[in-house]
Write a protein that binds this ligand. Structure first.
Ligand code: AGP
Length: 604
C-alpha cells in the first residue's frame, strides 16, 4: 500500500522525509517522491522504482525547507512511472494521497471542461486542481480543502502543502486509509502509520474517518467530517528501533520467522495465566454461530479456527474471505458473533466485512496485531496478537500468534459451554505452553529446509496437500511460496486429489504434504501413495511415526516433533515459511517487498 510522511517544523525536512519513506518501504511500492516549501516556493523530486533512485536525485538536488511531504506509491490508477509518482502538484498546491478517489472520472471531466490540463493518469491529480480552483476563487487553503473534501468519494488519506505557506500542512482522512499525526518539539508530523513516525516521535493521534487537520509547527487544529472542531486522544507508541529494524537478519521476514517462539509465548502470556484463559466474555455457551471473515493468511488462520471451534467447542462456524463475504450478503443469526482476523487491522475488505456484520446485529470481536487500527477501533471486543510490528509483506509471526489466540479462544469457549471438563481443559491449555520450545526445535532444522528449497526452486508448479486442520496449512504454504518466490503453487485438500489435481502430477511438479501422525494420517498416507505412483517428487512434513510408515515411498522428509491438534498448525507453519523464504532466496526475488504486493491492502 502507499505510504505518506509529512513534517512541518523548525529544521530541515528533506533527509528526514527520505528516512520516513524508508520506514514505509515495507508497505510495498513502485515509485516515490518528496516536496518541500522553501521561501514560499514548492520544490519536488520524484523517481520510479525503489527509494534508492529518489535518494540519488536528492543527493544532486537536496531540497531545502522546514515543511514537506513524502510518498511511496503502490500504483492503482496509472503506470508506476515518474509522471504518476506523488507528490502531485500545480503552481499552488502539492499533495500526496493514499487510497482511491472513486469519483475521479466525473471530477476530471468537469475540471478539464474548465480548461484545466492534467499531467498524470492518476485519480489523485483531481484533488490538486479542485483545491486550487477554490483558492483561485478566493478561498483560503483551509476553506478550499474543506469544500474539496465534500466532493470526494472513496477511501483516502491526504497531506497537502500550499505555495507561500511555510508553516501550513493540511492532512485529511476518509474511509479505510489510516493516517496518524505525530507531536514533536516545535514540529508536527503526519504518517500512514506509527512505524513511519517512530524515528520522529512516540506521541501519536489517529484521525478518524472524515477527520481533517490544520498542522503548524505549534500544533494541530482538528475538524471532523462536518467541520466541527474535534480532538482525538494522543497515545504514546513504544515502537523501539529494534522492533522496526532487521537487526542481524538479512530480511525482515527471516527475523520475524525466528521471533515466533517469543511472539507465541507473548501471546500465551497475554491470555493464559495460572491455568485460566482471559478472553472477552462473549455468550459462548449460547452462541448460534461464529462468523469469521479475513483475507489471505489471516483467512487461513480462520479456517483452522473453524476446525477447532467446531470440534472442541461444538460451536458452528462459518468462514469466508472478506472480499466475497461483503458482497454475498449472507443472512446472519440473531445474537451471533462476528470475528475479524487481520494483522494490519486496516485491510479494506475485512473492514467492509466488519461493517456488514455490525449492520446485521453481530457482536464484533477482532483479532488484530495493531491495537490502534481501524478494525480494532470499530470492534466491540479486541484481542491483540502480541507479535509486535510485522514488516515483511509475507505474514509469518502474526499467523502463528493468531493461531495461538484462536486456540485459546476455542478452549475457553469449550470450557464455558461445558463440553470440555476442567481436567481436559487444563491439560489442553497447558499443552499450548509447549509451543515455544517446539518452535525453537523446528527453527533448528533451517539447514535441512534450505536443502529442500533446492527441489522447489526449479519447479514451475508446486502442489501443497493437507487434510483436516492441515488443509488450510497447505493453502498457507502455497501462498507463502507463490507470493515471495513467484512460483505458481496451489494448496489442496488431499482428499480432493482424485477429483482433478492428480492430472497435474508429473516428475517436475513437486508435491509438499503436511502429514503429522494424527487421526487422518492413514488417509493422507494413501494420498501420498497416489502421488508417488505418478512419479511426482514428494516433500513430506511429518514426525517420526509418520516417517516410519512412509519411508519406502517418500523422496524427501522433514521430521518434526510430535504435536497435538492445537500445536501442529503453528509447528508445521514454520517449515513452510522457511521453505518459501529459502526458495525465494534461490530465485533472487525481493523477499520483504515482493513485486506488486503491499503489506496492508487498504484499497479494493
Ligand atoms: C500474507 O502473507 C499476505 N501478505 C496477505 O495475504 C495478507 O495475509 C492479507 O493481505 C491480509 O492482511 P491482514 O492480515 O493485514 O488483514
Amino acid at each position: 500500500m502507499c505510504g505518506i510522511i509529512g513534517i512541518v517544523g523548525n529544521k530541515p525536512v528533506g533527509q528526514r522525509l527520505l528516512d520516513g519513506l524508508e520506514k514505509l518501504e515495507y508497505r510495498g511500492y513502485d515509485s516515490a517522491g518528496i516536496a518541500t516549501i522553501h521561501k514560499g516556493q514548492i520544490y519536488r523530486l520524484r523517481a520510479e522504482g525503489k527509494l534508492v533512485n529518489l535518494k540519488g536525485k536528492f543527493l544532486e538536488d537536496p531540497l531545502q525547507g522546514y515543511n514537506g511531504i513524502g510518498h511511496t506509491r503502490w500504483a492503482t490508477h496509472g503506470q508506476p512511472i515518474e509522471i504518476n509518482a506523488h507528490p502531485h502538484q500545480n503552481s499552488k498546491v502539492s499533495l500526496v494521497h493514499n487510497g482511491i478517489i472513486e469519483n475521479h472520472t466525473p471530477l476530471r471531466q468537469e475540471l478539464e471542461a474548465k480548461g484545466i490540463l492534467f499531467e498524470s493518469e492518476t485519480d489523485t491529480e483531481v484533488v490538486v486542481h479542485l483545491i486550487s480552483l477554490y483558492m483561485d476563487k478566493g478561498s483560503t487553503p483551509q476553506e478550499a480543502v474543506s469544500k474539496s473534501l465534500k466532493q470526494l468519494n472513496g477511501a483516502f488519506a491526504l497531506a497537502i502543502l500550499f505555495k507561500g505557506y511555510e508553516n501550513l500542512l493540511i492532512a485529511a482522512r476518509k474511509g479505510g486509509s489510516p493516517l496518524a499525526l505525530g507531536y514533536g518539539q516545535g514540529e508536527m508530523y503526519v504518517g500512514s502509520d506509527a512505524i513511519a513516525l517512530a524515528p520522529l516521535t512516540n506521541k501519536i493521534c489517529y484521525l478518524e474517518d472524515g477527520d481533517w487537520g490544520i498542522l503548524s509547527p505549534e500544533g494541530v487544529t482538528l475538524y471532523e467530517k462536518n467541520d466541527h472542531p474535534v480532538s482525538r486522544p494522543v497515545v504514546e507508541n513504544h515502537l523501539s528501533e529494534s522492533a522496526i529494524s532487521k537487526g542481524s537478519y538479512d530480511h525482515y521476514m527471516l527475523k520475524e520467522i525466528f521471533e515466533q517462539p517469543r511472539t507465541i509465548e507473548a501471546t500465551l502470556n497475554a491470555y493464559l495465566r495460572e491455568g485460566k484463559i482471559d478472553i472477552p466474555k462473549l455468550p459462548w455457551d449460547s452462541l448460534p454461530r461464529l462468523t469469521i471473515s479475513a483475507c489471505g493468511t489471516a483467512y487461513y488462520a480462520g479456517l483452522i479456527a473453524k476446525y477447532w471451534f467446531e470440534k472442541i467447542a461444538r460451536i458452528p462456524v462459518e468462514v469466508d474471505i472478506a472480499s466475497e463475504f461483503r458482497y454475498r450478503t449472507p443472512p446472519l443469526p440473531e445474537k451471533g458473533v462476528g470475528l475479524l482476523i487481520s494483522q494490519s487491522g486496516e485491510t479494506i475488505d475485512t473492514l467492509a466485512a466488519l461493517d456488514y456484520m455490525k449492520s446485521n446485529g453481530q457482536t464484533i470481536l477482532s483479532l488484530v496485531n495493531v491495537q490502534t487500527s481501524s478494525i480494532a477501533r470499530q470492534s466491540d471486543y479486541v484481542l491483540l496478537t502480541q507479535a509486535g510490528p510485522e514488516i515483511g509483506v509475507a505474514s509469518t509471526k502474526a499467523f502463528t500468534s493468531q493461531l495461538t489466540a484462536l486456540a485459546l479462544m476455542a478452549l475457553e469457549a469449550a470450557r464455558i459451554k461445558g463440553v470440555l471438563n476442567e481436567k481436559a481443559f487444563k491439560e489442553k491449555a497447558q499443552g499450548l505452553r509447549f509451543l515455544p520450545p517446539l518452535c525453537e526445535k523446528v527453527l533448528r532444522l533451517e539447514e535441512q529446509i534450505k536443502g529442500l528449497a533446492q527441489v522447489l526452486m526449479k519447479a514451475k508448479n508446486v502442489l501443497f496437500l493437507g487434510r483436516g486442520i492441515h488443509y488450510p496449512l497447505a493453502l498457507e504454504g502455497a501462498l507463502k511460496l507463490k507470493e515471495i518466490s513467484y512460483i505458481h503453487a496451489e494448496g489442496y485438500a488431499a482428499g480432493e486429489m482424485k477429483h482433478g489435481p492428480i492430472a497435474l502430477l508429473e516428475k517436475d511438479v513437486p508435491v509438499v504434504v503436511v502429514a503429522p501422525y494424527d487421526e487422518l494420517f492413514e488417509k493422507i498416507a494413501s494420498n501420498i501413495q497416489e502421488v508417488a505412483a505418478r512419479g511426482a517428487p514428494l516433500l513430506v512434513l511429518t514426525d517420526q511415526k509418520g516417517a516410519a510408515h512412509l519411508k519406502d515411498i517418500v523422496d524427501h522428509f522433514l521430521i518434526l516433533p510430535m504435536t497435538s491438534d492445537l500445536t501442529a498448525p503453528s509447528v508445521y507453519a514454520i517449515p513452510l515459511q522457511l521453505l518459501a523464504y529459502h526458495t525465494a532466496l534461490l530465485k533472487g526475488t525481493d523477499v520483504d517487498q515482493p513485486r506488486n504486493l503491499a503489506k496492508s491492502v487498504t484499497v479494493e
